[in-house]
Design a protein around this ligand. Structure first.
Ligand code: ATP
Ligand code: MG
Length: 405
């Protein structure tokens, strides 16, 4: 079927009263970003619906992208017909042919946004329903749960027919819930946490700690590639890489082994907070899940969280690992996450971290360190890149390896 437009129904934003305009503007912006590769589209975000005129662009490809934009409940590809009942009837038959099998049930659902049109909704339902009953041998009208609902929308510029309703990504438009930093490692959990934050409308920027030469360029690239995997939900995402080598070396030198991890995490959180404040972020997201590893007991979270009053939000906190993996697979980060490039935590992980670290001890050990100086030097070494979904980091590197061989 050659579709002429995609009609988009908004999600929860319809309940947001006064903020509605902001939501719609933001959703319109996000949709334009997500579909920027299709230059012929014409996108109009109205109060109740959004219309995307295809102008010859491939509807399947456009819909695949659209399905990733948060704030959309569902959408329907539709065919535009002149405001001429004969032509509408002919197109309705054409469309039903694609679905028809003996015994098929259907109903017509007309909606008029142009009340000047000479037929009202009931009359249109009857006209189209009658035509279809005549055109096919074994077809029946069924008002409740029919196999096919053929929707007919009468608008000033034409009549639009559609029968599919494709589920959107749900959630809220990214950017309507403010901005936050996501602590992104190369693991399974933090990309999922980022996805869930965006789903509730939060715009995220990635903060990634890396420790050359202990961690490889590949580990850094993996984190960037994970960022590219999450970019389609928003267009582009800022990736902030923070050098962590000096901090880890100093900690390793000065702090008893059982507290290495706690103190490292306290530094990560301090840095994430500083970066957030500088960039007008309101919170920090991470991928901690309760009980998963030593650093993720409540005692440990309390000892780490001690360094900040900024909200630290943990979207996967109460999920089982297999539930997290299920989402990671759905958003296609899993295969990348399980690639074995060591990140800074693995390299400096103590053999037996304390599962119940004490806040007073953690503070006391830190007195041995020049906390402010270490933080400042890490901040001075930050690099920020803007990543979009088509960026390739892993392959680029493999190619340069090949050249060296
Ligand atoms: P993940 O799968 O997200 O790596 P994990 O189960 O491996 O999580 P940890 O390694 O203990 O858990 O890390 C807990 C959280 O701390 C991560 O989810 C992430 O938010 C943050 N984190 C860990 N390492 C880094 C890093 N190198 N850069 C930024 N954040 C990190
Ligand atoms: Mg990890």
């Amino acid at each position: 079927m050659q579709y002429s437009e995609i009609m988009v129904r908004y999600g929860e934003l319809s309940t947001k009263g006064k903020n509605r305009k902001n939501f719609i503007d933001r959703l319109g912006y996000n949709v334009r970003q997500a579909l920027h590769e299709f230059p012929n589209l014409k996108i109009a975000a109205h109060r109740d619906r959004m219309h995307i005129q295809l102008n010859g662009e491939d509807s399947e490809k456009v819909m695949a992208r659209l399905g990733q934009v948060f704030g959309i409940q569902n959408f329907s590809p539709s065919v535009k017909v002149e405001r001429d009942v004969k032509k509408v009837q002919a197109m309705a038959i054409e469309m039903m042919k694609e679905k028809y099998h003996p015994g098929l049930t259907f109903k017509i659902n007309t909606r008029r946004s142009d009340h000047k049109f000479k037929y009202d909704t009931n009359a249109m339902n009857d006209l189209l329903g009658g035509t279809i009953l005549q055109a096919f041998d074994d077809i029946h009208v069924k008002m409740k749960d029919p196999d096919v609902t053929l929707r007919c929308e009468v608008r000033p510029d034409g009549i639009f027919l559609s029968y599919g309703k494709i589920n959107g990504a749900g959630g809220l438009p990214v950017g309507t819930a403010g901005k936050a930093m996501l602590m992104l490692s190369g693991g399974i959990d933090s990309p999922v946490a980022g996805y869930l934050a965006m789903k509730r409308g939060v715009a995220i920027e990635m903060v990634h700690f890396f420790s050359p030469p202990y961690t490889s360029e590949q580990a850094l690239n993996k984190a960037k590639q994970l960022t590219a995997k999450l970019a389609p939900y928003v267009g582009t995402i800022k990736f902030i890489q923070v050098p962590f080598t000096e901090i880890q070396e100093k900690i390793k030198h000065e702090v008893p082994e059982g507290y290495l991890m706690t103190i490292q995490r306290r530094f990560m959180l301090r840095l994430a907070e500083k970066i957030a404040k500088k960039r007008k972020g309101l919170a920090i997201f991470n991928g901690e899940a309760l009980g998963q590893v030593a650093s993720q007991t409540l005692e440990s979270m309390a000892a780490i969280n001690d360094v900040t009053t900024m909200p630290v939000l943990r979207p996967v906190l109460s999920m089982d690992k297999n539930e997290i993996i299920e989402i990671a697979q759905k958003i296609d980060t899993f295969d990348l996450s399980i690639q074995p490039f060591e990140d800074c935590c693995t390299v400096f992980a103590p053999p037996a971290p304390k599962t119940k670290p004490r806040i007073d001890r953690a503070r006391q050990y830190e007195e041995r360190l020049d906390v402010d100086g270490l933080i400042q030097r890490a901040l001075d070494g930050i690099q920020i890149t803007e990543i979009n979904s088509s960026d390739e980091f892993m392959n680029a590197n493999q190619e340069s390896f090949a050249e060296l061989l």
